[in-house]
Design a protein around this ligand. Structure first.
Ligand code: DOR
Ligand code: ZN
Length: 358
C-alpha cells in the first residue's frame, strides 16, 4: 500500500438489497463489480421463502450481470410465522441458502409477511442452531408505543437477549447496527454474535434527515441516531474487533418513491461503497484496518474461505452524481453531489503482492 493506492483482498458485502426486475438490472452490477460475494436480502414481493424461489432469484441476479463478472450471490430465506423448518434445513444443506433473515413484521420495506412473535419461529431456530445455519436479524421492535429512535435498543433487551439465552450456539448477525447500545451488546456477547455496519451509518446522524428541510434520501431503517451513536459505530468498525464487519445495506428505491408523502426507507450506497468506507477509515486513522473489516472478519464468522483476488482504490477525487439511472429507473445515490477522496479502480483474480515480494 502506498499512500495513493490501496490494494485489499477482495471484499464481500454481508448485507445488500439487489431487488428484482428493472431495479435489479440497474443495481446488481454496482455490488458485483466491487464485491466477490454478497448476502442478498430476501424481501422481494413476494418474499423469498423457499429454496426454489431463492434458486430462481440467484439465476436472475447472475443473468443481470455482464459476461465474465466473478460474483457469488449468497442467498437468504425470509422467515415467516409459518416457515417450514425442513424447507430451510434442506435449502441450507443443498447449498441454496446461506442464512435466514428475521424481519419483525412491519419493521421495514416488504416486511409485512415477517415474524409477528419470535416465539413462533423457535422450532426453526432450533433446527438452524443444530445445522450451523446463521440467523440474520433486523433488530428493531415495531410496537407503536416505542419511539422510533429507541426501537433497536429495546429489541436488544426484549427480543435478542432471550433469543441468545435459548440458543447459545446459534450464529447470529445483528444487521446494520445504529447505536452505541448495540456496539456494547456485541462486544459483551459470546463468539456467536456479530454485527454488520453500513457505510452510511458511519457518516450520517439523524440531523442529516432534517438539514434545511426534510431529506428523504438520508432516511433508512434502522433510522440514523444521535451523533454519539455514529461515533461509537465509527470506533467499532475501525477497532479491529472481528465481530464487526462490512454490510452496506445498499437499498435502492426509485427517486419518486423516496420523494413522497410516505417515502421509502433505504440508501443506495453500492456504487461507491468501498470508497465511502475507505474515507471513514482514513478519517479515523485506521486505513490499515479496512481490509480485515471488509474482507476477513465476515467470511471467518460465516465459516467461508477468504477470497483470493484483490481490489484496488486510487487516491483521486471522485464526484458523485446527483442522480443515477438507466432509462427505467432513477435513483439518488448516497453521497450525491459530494466528492470522495478515493476511487475504486478494479478487481483482479490475482492475490495482492505480499509485503516484501518483488
Ligand atoms: O433502509 C432500509 N431499506 N432498511 C431496511 O431494513 C430495508 C431496506 C429496503 O429493503 O429498502
Ligand atoms: Zn437491509
Amino acid at each position: 500500500m502506498t499512500s495513493d493506492s490501496l490494494t485489499l483482498r477482495e471484499p464481500d458485502d454481508w448485507h445488500v438489497h439487489l431487488r428484482d426486475d428493472d431495479m435489479l438490472a440497474f443495481a446488481a452490477d454496482y455490488t458485483a463489480r466491487q464485491f466477490a460475494r454478497a448476502i442478498v436480502m430476501p424481501n422481494l414481493v413476494p418474499p423469498v421463502t423457499t429454496a426454489a424461489a431463492a434458486d430462481a432469484y440467484r439465476t436472475r441476479i447472475l443473468s443481470a450481470l455482464p459476461e465474465g463478472r466473478r460474483f457469488t450471490p449468497l442467498m437468504t430465506a425470509y422467515l415467516t410465522d409459518e416457515i417450514d423448518p425442513a424447507e430451510i434445513a434442506t435449502g441450507f444443506q443443498d447449498g441454496v441458502f446461506t442464512a435466514c433473515k428475521l424481519y419483525p413484521a412491519g419493521a421495514t420495506t416488504n416486511s409485512a409477511a415477517g415474524v409477528t412473535n419470535v416465539r413462533k419461529i423457535w422450532p426453526v431456530l432450533e433446527r438452524m442452531q443444530a445445522i450451523g445455519m446463521p440467523l440474520l436479524v433486523h433488530g428493531e421492535v415495531v410496537a407503536a408505543d416505542i419511539d422510533i429512535f429507541d426501537r433497536e435498543a429495546v429489541f436488544l433487551e426484549t427480543v435478542l437477549t432471550p433469543l441468545l439465552a435459548d440458543f447459545p450456539s446459534l450464529k447470529v448477525v445483528l444487521e446494520h447496527i445504529t447505536t452505541e447500545d448495540s456496539v456494547r451488546f456485541v462486544e459483551a456477547a459470546g463468539a456467536n454474535l456479530a454485527a454488520t455496519i453500513t457505510a452510511h451509518h458511519l457518516r450520517i446522524d439523524r440531523n442529516a434527515m432534517f438539514q434545511g428541510g426534510i431529506r428523504p434520501h438520508a432516511y433508512c431503517l434502522p433510522v440514523a441516531k444521535r451523533r454519539r451513536h455514529k461515533e461509537a459505530l465509527r470506533k467499532a468498525a475501525t477497532s479491529g474487533q472481528p465481530r464487526f464487519f462490512l454490510g452496506t445495506d445498499s437499498a435502492p428505491h426509485q427517486k419518486h418513491d423516496k420523494e413522497s408523502a410516505c417515502g421509502c426507507a433505504g440508501i443506495f450506497s453500492a456504487p461507491m461503497a468501498l470508497e465511502s468506507y475507505a474515507q471513514t477509515f482514513e478519517e479515523e486513522g485506521a486505513l490499515e484496518r479496512l481490509e480485515a473489516f471488509a474482507s476477513e472478519f465476515g467470511p471467518r464468522f460465516y465459516g467461508l474461505p477468504l477470497n483470493e483476488g484483490s481490489v484496488t482504490l486510487r487516491r483521486e477525487a471522485q464526484d458523485l452524481p446527483e442522480l443515477m439511472g438507466d432509462g427505467n429507473v432513477s435513483v439518488v445515490p448516497f453521497h450525491a453531489g459530494e466528492t470522495l477522496a478515493w476511487r475504486f479502480t478494479g478487481r483482479s483474480s490475482q492475490a495482492k503482492a505480499s509485503p516484501g515480494s518483488a
